[in-house]
Design a protein around this ligand. Structure first.
Ligand code: PEP
Ligand code: MN
Length: 338
């Protein structure tokens, strides 16, 4: 349920409502809008308690949130969330590019990639130090050494860094080195991990599970939000379908749909979504045209030598070409001046 305060409501009236929510054993989540305050009341069957507020002043309306996810819904928060990743805003006016290798393979290659992507306008460096590989015999990542390399690249280039965390027990360690925690597709429904990143104090990049519906994806976001962490960015990364010609099927329907259903920023990862470098540029442009607020791209100085996901990694030349085309696309699709 959400309690919409009237725009003349006084702070003491807002406080009284929050107090009442707690008294009846439910949890208040306050959203300060531009002209009014909205109080989300969290707890199962919260709407049944609406009579408990009938004598309080300053309330304009009490509404039932009809979606199973609450804090992630547009009903709870109509305005877009802008997530700040150590000062880089995602969900605002700019399309934010996060680029780098699938895995951190060594300091030299990471720095070489970081310098290049930064010079072409990327704002975040990506790179996995803990890799969730389908086979236990594949390269598993450099672990903490890889995180240290990311931190070095951050200091040297000013790029913010994002890296995946695969288990709840590693959240504190990874959060100590990176600016944003990535939850991979294979962990989207690892609820203990979602709750732990929800308590980490770091922004979270939440990939869509490869077999997850949009509703399940938003409920996964709800796990993070319900721990008090409002800095969640959603990332569409392709789903399993009957099609086998590409690694996954990049579901671009989800981009404008999720932006209707939720206030959270939405990004797209066309590298994993297609599995082929030659499709990454066209699908990146399509994603941004569909409303994606950022792109997550795998870039490698020598894709043919990559320890993971070389086939879907852009080389420097193709990353450069994409960034130039992206700039023109963003100009062409900017909202018309009023
Ligand atoms: C990755 O970003 O390298 C990754 C493993 O992604 P996903 O979880 O989408 O497969
Ligand atoms: Mn990868």
């Amino acid at each position: 349920m959400i309690i919409v305060m009237s725009h003349q409501a006084r702070p003491a009236q807002v406080e009284a409502v929050i107090e009442r929510v707690r008294e009846i054993g439910l949890r208040p989540e306050v959203s300060l809008g531009e002209d009014r305050t909205v109080i989300g009341v969290i707890g199962s069957n919260a709407y049944a308690y609406r009579e408990a507020f009938s004598h309080l002043e300053g309330i304009q309306q009490i509404l039932q949130i009809t979606k199973p996810y609450k804090l992630a819904s547009r009903e709870f928060q109509p305005r877009d969330t802008v997530v700040s990743v150590a000062g880089v805003e995602i969900g605002g006016d700019e399309v934010v590019v996060m680029a780098g290798p699938c895995s951190v393979e060594g300091e030299e290659m990471l720095l070489e990639t970081a310098r290049f992507v930064a010079s072409r306008g990327a704002k975040l460096l990506r790179g996995g130090a803990f890799k969730p590989r389908t086979s236990p015999y594949s390269f598993q990542g450099l672990g903490e050494d890889g995180l240290k390399m990311l931190a070095t690249a951050r200091t040297e280039t000013g790029l913010r860094v994002v890296s995946e965390v695969v288990s709840a027990g590693d959240v504190e360690l990874v959060a100590g080195y990176v600016d944003m925690l990535q939850i991979g597709t294979r962990n989207m429904q690892n609820y203990a991990l979602l709750q732990e990143v929800g308590r980490s104090g770091k922004p979270v990049l939440l990939k869509r599970g490869m077999s997850a519906t949009i509703e399940e994806w938003l409920l996964a976001a709800e796990y993070v939000l319900s721990q008090g962490n409002r800095d969640v960015v959603l990332c569409e990364r392709g789903i399993r379908t009957f099609e086998t010609a590409t690694r996954f099927t990049l579901d671009l329907n989800s981009v404008p749909l999720v932006r209707e259903l939720s206030h959270l920023p939405v990004m797209v990862d066309p590298s994993h979504g297609t599995g082929r470098w030659s499709l990454v540029r066209p699908l990146s442009l399509a994603a941004v045209a569909a409303g994606a607020q950022g792109l997550l791209l795998e870039v490698h100085p020598r894709p043919d030598q990559a320890l993971s996901d070389g086939a879907q990694s852009l080389d420097f030349e193709n990353f450069d070409l994409l960034m130039r085309q992206l700039r023109r696309l963003v100009e062409a699709t900017a909202p018309e001046p009023v």
